[in-house]
Ligand binder design. Structure first.
Ligand code: F6R
Length: 241
């Protein structure tokens, strides 16, 4: 695992955007799985600006959804689908046949999980997975206690995730379950990138990178990945020794 520390959020975002750009330059038909959430927002803006300026062709890429709130429709601005459309797919002119997201409104969410496992397999696996880190150490919706051999699965969300998740919604929104790729997908991805910004994440980053590798701290699994990069800003790195 390599560690890169930018001085602030803008530098972290520039480094993150460059990692994704480099992947697409190297393999134009890359299979990408990119998180939603506040942390990658500026990286996606920078990615879109750079791709436009350099006329980088992303039309052969495939985008796999990392996770979604069960019961939240894609039109809801707080959904991961809406975030990805607004911040990534629309600015990059990604067509809908390039994107494979969880249908969180499905009456058969278990089938959605198996479908996503099959899609990833049929695409030859994920080239690059980019995850943020939750305040409880989750990556995707892999909550504390999750086994590392799971593929896509349904999850009863942790209280921290349900509370922190309110920040994505205009009004209080009951959140109960999530649907997510599993740690198996994370570990099998050819490259894994984890990003975190700000002092509020410093404690969790300290535990993830310098505490025990344990299922109670899902983000710590990145240290088992053979080709992983962690990108932080100085705030998120401030408790590392
Ligand atoms: C979102 C996701 C979550 C977030 C994490 C950090 O698709 O998978 O695991 O990455 O909760 O969220 P932010 O970036 O908002 O701090």
């Amino acid at each position: 695992m390599t560690l890169e520390i930018g001085k602030d959020y803008a530098e972290l975002s520039a480094k993150t955007a460059e990692i994704i750009l480099e992947q697409v330059r190297k393999k134009p038909e890359a299979v990408l799985c990119l998180a939603a959430g506040d942390t990658p927002r500026m990286a996606y803006q920078m990615l879109a600006e750079n791709a436009r300026a350099t006329q980088l062709d992303l039309s052969k890429c495939t985008f796999i959804g990392l996770d979604e709130w069960i019961g939240i429709p894609p039109e809801n601005p707080g959904s991961c689908a809406s975030f990805l459309a607004t911040n990534l797919f629309n600015p990059l002119a990604i067509s809908s046949d390039q994107t494979f997201l969880f249908d969180a409104m499905s009456r058969h969410p278990e089938d959605e999980c198996r479908k996503m496992d099959r899609i990833i397999q049929s695409k030859g696996g994920i080239d690059l997975i980019l995850v943020g880190v939750g305040m409880n150490g989750h990556i995707g919706f892999n909550e504390p206690g999750v086994p590392q051999d799971l593929g896509a699965h349904l999850v009863a969300l942790d209280d921290i995730t349900k509370n922190v998740g309110q920040k994505y919604f205009d009004q209080h929104t009951p959140l109960g379950y999530g649907i997510t790729l599993g740690l198996r997908h994370f570990l099998e991805s050819r490259k894994a990138v984890m990003i975190a910004s700000g002092e509020k994440k410093a404690g969790v980053i300290k535990r993830a990178l310098q505490g025990p590798i344990t299922r109670e701290m899902p983000a710590s699994i990145i240290r088992r990945h053979a080709n992983a990069v962690v990108v932080l800003d100085e705030g998120a790195a401030s408790e590392l020794t």
